[in-house]
Design a binder for this molecule. Structure first.
Ligand SMILES: Cc1ncc(COP(=O)(O)O)c(C=O)c1O
Length: 385
């Protein structure tokens, strides 16, 4: 974040919306038109589970995604990272096993490490988690993992979306094992093509009864990370324990932010804003894709994302993204190195390019610098061979 916020840098690093995209005017209007008593409430503590009107609005929002909000409970959290943290505190003791994807969202990895979990990671391909590798991992472990953490929609950092078949297969593998599924869905609203919206359907909405699924979501990518607003949807039993954990952590999430977010939802401002964001991100993705095609050497490959924020570039196996980074940062271009997302911090033949935070006019220059650097490192590696 430090490097990403440097003024003179061209940053492909930040996995967040660009400052120029935030709905500043709408939030101004919302706050200014709040009744005095609600303005006062903004400054107050609130219930640990969340500001009741926001819970109601979220129920509607999640119902629209096909999620069952009657048999489950919502806990509002201070960012969805806090939800991940709460769930880990609820289920994991030092030395317990957590399964993750490889690569994996680094924020979750740092939570799991903080709680002393033993992390075992399973590779993903373009369609989702490797089912055979998952099965064999579960079979060979001497203890039952506490949960499997996945980001099926517009993965951070891999940019992929699980196919519906892969989601079903995953549920089948977990079925009857007692391993909880932690489904992190921070990006599902950011699809590029309306026709592909159905692909974002959450596994928690599939109606599978014999897999316990905890679903988490966030306002960070659709409203602004500064809101620090997330939530979890879980069974009533898991909710009750999570609520006590949260109470001890921060008593409640900021009422100020919850009230503003609730008005944003309740006044039907989210959908039009999302339509605007989708257009902006699609444009940035297309530009990045176009310039990569023009400038990257043929040895470099990447995915074409269908939504979200990320392109996950693949280097030849003998080239390390950390070496590329050292060179590009000196030239004012930053990204996130592959090893950041490997639980064992080793696999380094990838780099994550985020287009969400880019100024459109900077993309080409950034890609040229990156491509030239990669070409140079490739040339040097040939000479060394
Ligand atoms: C996959 C994923 N989950 C969760 C989060 C955390 O979001 P929040 O800001 O709500 O804590 C992020 C943020 O980068 C993310 O990429």
């Amino acid at each position: 974040m430090k490097q990403a916020s440097g003024k003179s840098l061209i940053s492909f690093a930040g996995g967040m919306p660009n400052n120029d995209l935030f709905p500043v005017k709408q939030i101004d209007e919302i706050y200014n038109s709040l009744p005095e008593n609600i303005k006062k409430l903004c400054f107050q503590y609130g219930p640990t589970s969340g500001y009741p009107p926001l819970i109601k609005s979220l129920e509607n929002y999640l119902k629209n995604k096909g999620l069952d909000v009657d048999d489950n409970r919502i806990l509002i959290t201070t960012g969805s990272l806090q939800a991940i943290s709460i769930i880990t505190q609820e289920f994991v003791n030092e030395g317990d096993i957590i399964l993750t994807e490889n690569p994996c969202f680094v924020g979750a990895l740092s939570v799991f490490e903080t709680y002393g979990a033993e992390v075992h990671s399973i590779p993903i391909d373009k369609d989702g988690i490797d089912i055979e590798a998952l099965k064999s991992k579960i079979e060979t472990l001497d203890r039952k993992p506490k949960f499997l953490y996945v980001t099926p929609n517009y993965h951070n950092p891999a940019g992929i979306i699980y196919t519906p078949e892969r989601k079903k297969e995953l549920l089948k593998v977990l079925s009857g094992t007692g391993i909880i599924l932690l489904e992190d869905d921070a990006y599902s609203d950011l699809y590029f093509n309306e026709d592909e919206k159905h692909l974002t359907k959450a596994m928690k909405s599939f109606g599978v009864k014999d897999v316990e699924i905890i679903y988490t979501g966030s306002f960070s990518k659709i409203l602004g990370p500064g809101f620090r607003l997330g939530y979890m949807l879980s069974s009533k039993e898991i909710f009750a324990k999570a609520e006590s954990v949260k109470q001890a952590l921060d008593a409640c999430t900021s009422n100020f932010m919850q009230i503003l977010a609730n008005e944003f939802l309740a006044q039907q401002k989210l959908e039009p804003y999302l339509a605007f964001l989708r257009g902006e991100y699609l444009e940035r993705k297309n530009l990045l894709q176009k310039h990569l095609k023009t400038y990257m050497p043929k040895e470099i490959t990447w995915n074409e994302p269908k939504g979200g924020f990320y392109i996950w570039l693949k280097l030849p196996p003998h080239i390390k993204s950390t070496d590329i980074f050292k060179e590009t940062v000196a030239k004012g271009v930053v990204f996130v190195t592959g090893r950041t997302f490997d639980p064992s911090s080793k696999k380094d033949d990838r780099l994550r390019l985020s287009f969400s935070n880019m100024h459109k006019e900077q993309i080409e220059k950034g890609v040229i610098i990156l491509s030239e650097t990669i070409k140079k490192v490739l040339e040097n590696s040939k000479i060394a061979l």
